[in-house]
Design a protein around this ligand. Structure first.
Ligand code: HEC
Ligand code: HEC
Length: 211
């Protein structure tokens, strides 16, 4: 099986060889904001072409994340502000992306609605998570279908895989993942024992098509 990395370096090598007009036109078609830009080949081994992921705990769902948040994340990985703790290939891949690739990928994944998760949720824990979210997190994290979701600072967490949320929150709490914002760091530090589970169940209980 071709890895995402080899697909990516093929594309890069290929583009270096492209000096003729016909080839440039082909590349322009590749990188235009068409339904699935060819560069998605570099992402789909982990995120799948539709952004729902291939089932690995540490891989987030990126379908339905506003383009601005996808771009911010990709630039943060590219310049090293955000590290790839478990899958270094994710960060290596971003090193090769052009600004145009980043814009195309963000448009592609943002246009796919966040799917309804088929995870089992503990309703009692979800009910405990809701007020914690509202008090500490809602200012920066809105559901993907909220009209203001692209304007707040953080990416949508509603409908994110619970396992990924546990992994991300535990990484913040243990300090292996750095907070890029002091305000979020402060809010995370206010979480009590048990809040991680409550929040993971609360965000996981979100159903884009209703309850
Ligand atoms: C080898 C697997 C792998 C590949 C290939 C990969 N990713 Fe990722 N991606 C991950 C993992 C794992 C994370 C979470 C990393 C972390 O922060 O610990 C992630 C995080 C992200 C995030 C941040 C999401 C969030 O919720 O904040 C975005 C956006 C993203 N990837 C987009 C892409 C795009 C676009 C590509 C293709 C250019 C790509 N990824 C290639 C595994 C991968
Ligand atoms: C001041 C705004 C702000 C507040 C308040 C805030 N966050 Fe965040 N959050 C962000 C930003 C910006 C990011 C993306 C940058 C980063 O990785 O640090 C983020 C990222 C995250 C992520 C990782 C998302 C991903 O897909 O990788 C999780 C999980 C998270 N926040 C949970 C929380 C929780 C839980 C709270 C409340 C206790 C909270 N945040 C409060 C701004 C905020």
């Amino acid at each position: 099986m071709r890895t995402a990395k080899s697909a990516m370096s093929d594309l890069v090598k290929h583009s270096r060889r492209c000096v003729q007009v016909a080839c440039l036109l082909l590349l322009a078609a590749f990188t235009s904001a068409a339904a699935a830009p060819a560069i998605v080949a570099a992402c789909k081994s982990c995120h799948a072409e539709d952004g729902t992921g291939v089932g690995k705990t540490v891989v987030p769902i990126i379908a339905g994340m506003p383009a601005v948040h996808i771009e911010e994340a990709l630039y943060a990985y590219k310049d090293g502000a955000r590290q790839c703790l478990e899958e270094p290939v994710m960060c290596d891949t971003t090193q090769l992306l052009t600004d145009e690739n980043i814009a195309d990928l963000a448009a592609h994944y943002a246009a796919i609605p966040r799917p309804s998760l088929d995870e089992t949720v503990d309703d009692a824990l979800a009910a405990l998570g809701e007020p914690v979210h509202r008090k500490l997190c809602a200012r920066c994290h809105l559901p993907p279908d909220d009209p203001d979701v692209a304007d707040v600072l953080g990416p949508p967490l509603h409908g994110q895989r619970a396992d990924y949320l546990r992994y991300a929150l535990e990484s913040y709490l243990s300090g292996t993942r750095e907070n890029l914002l002091d305000e979020m760091k402060e809010k995370i530090s206010l979480l009590d024992e048990g809040d991680v589970e409550a929040l993971a169940n609360y965000y996981g209980s979100y159903r884009p098509d209703g309850p």
